[in-house]
Design a protein around this ligand. Sequence first.
Ligand code: NI
Length: 207
Amino acid sequence: MNRKLHIAIVALVVVVFAFGAWLNLRHDDPPENAAVGGMVVNVDIGGPFELTDHTGAQFTRDDLAGDYALIYFGYTFCPDVCPTELGLMAEAIDLLEGDGERVRPVMITIDPERDTPDVLSEYVPLFHERLVGLTGTEQEVRDVATKYRVFYRRFEDPSYTYYLMDHTSFVYLLSPTGEIASMFRYQTPPEEMAATIRQHMRSQSKG
Ligand code: NI
């Protein structure tokens, strides 16, 4: 993978997000739970989606309602970044022990050409027994990525016989009502993710 470019894109997106979050804070009070932990989230990010899961069934955001979800956008052919992040996500859920059962891990592919339900069904159990793999048409994937402000593009290098994808690498925490409660930067320690999720769970049970 073109690591330097990948890192540069991630860094740029972090700066853009940080600036957006700062602007958002300047103009509005943050929504009640947007700043509990992780990054402060611009309220415009996120929304419903319609995709297909790794069993071939239709899967929408409503299928996550009632539970927390950790969502990662990536692709199965990714040599390093995606497997690392999916591993950290799974670790965070395991650290939550019983409460982890209220958190559904989800991976949305940004490479639907390769990542058919069949390909995803072989990949997702490698990381977590409950990991849901989601794919869709080019347009469906484009739509959900746009809503969640995920940047991706095909990366071709003449010296490879295959293509890679450059993509942003955040983990999104969705609340049981489907709003983004928090975002975690690439390589956020699982302990930190778990602590943030616990905080959200606590503040919610109070409300
Ligand atoms: Ni990747």
